[in-house]
Design a protein around this ligand. Sequence first.
Ligand code: UD1
Length: 422
Amino acid sequence: MDKILIRGGAPLEGTIKISGAKNAALPLMAACLLSDKPLILKNIPDLSDITSMTELLTQLGVGITLERNTDQQIMSLDAQNISSTTAPYEVVRKMRASVLVLGPLVARVGEAHVSLPGGCTIGVRPIDLHLKGLEALGAVITLADGYVHASAPHGLTGASFSFPVVSVTGTENLLMAATLAQGQTRLINAAREPEIADLANCLNEMGAKISGIGTDTLIIEGVKSLRGTTHHVIPDRIEAGTFAMAAAMTGGKLRLIGAELGHIPTVASLLEQAGVSLEQTKDSLIVTAPLGRLQGVDAMTEPFPGFATDLQAQWMALMSLAEGASMITETIWENRFMHVPELCRMGANITVHGASALVRGMKTLKGAPVMATDLRASVSLILAGLVATGETSISRVYHLDRGYERIEEKLRACGADIERVR
Ligand code: UD1
């Protein structure tokens, strides 16, 4: 199994191009199911989650081609003939975002059978709100043999649905379903993540009638059919935030091409409080580490525009080196502190109290063999390894390949001593 070896200590200096956002690309790919005309997506990242979604859509009968040129991948998806409406356990188990085919399938062909995702390492991750929302739109939902069966043979009907808890993929599923429902749908307390706006903009380019984009109330006037379009996937704000923290921790300076401050408003403000300088230019974000030590700053994860939970593990690695203590509170996922024991193996001083972790900053971290437990936890160990004295070896790095495109290459080009061994 692959491992990543890092010899820490080098400040990161240089330029990194931020890839297309995984969490925007996945729902955009699922959106192809809403139309019998081709959807072309530019700036698709080269990640294993994208491969999983490609496999799933292919099983449903979607014709997919991927063109790679020097600086991006362009995917063409043609869902003219949907031959299956089942998302099997083998795929959903690997990638929970597979549930995103549920709304589009019911809306376009009147039925869908999607395996229940089951538990996962960072929390229970239920999909009850996806199902309640579809029921509100008139779908009949039954659960049998570990599968959700959704049916709406005469189509969906617009309705008002209020999310009791903000859900990103829940909002995306209902947004897609509502585009083809009869009449008006109002999604209240909808997620406001930039990936939702990207999806809504693409759906509008396909002929949907969505307003309220970027707010917590999305209003969708259903249409009879959607057409094809060509859409450019937004840059990955989680990758951008991760590299911003890498620059800050290593005492370096990085230019992140494509990164947008507006996509990470709270993280940006906390980084500035910690002493990091951030400068937005026309096409890049320039991140400069403080001259002295980083300062401890408290953070609490929240739905957008709050602090993204997908940057919590990386922030913890950063705070492990800050001057003073900081409290990190996780409000989205109940089991998202699995990186703590691994960071502690590297000399971090972290104590977990329920949903909060108290991080007492240390002057240095020390290289150690550590194990990745999930996607964002793995990258927090990379960040720690980049500053630790000596060598860090990270095992189970397949988690990393789900969400970070060519990360060793990108970091190595900026001076990191990092390699993948097979
Ligand atoms: C998405 C992201 C993931 C990120 C998360 C939170 C994708 C593909 N994944 O995941 O990287 O960590 O948002 O920003 O975009 N909940 C329910 N019932 C539901 C759905 C969710 O109770 O039906 C709860 C969850 O348990 C969790 C919270 O709502 O506590 C947020 O979950 P949600 O926003 O749905 O996460 P995902 O969309 O799965």
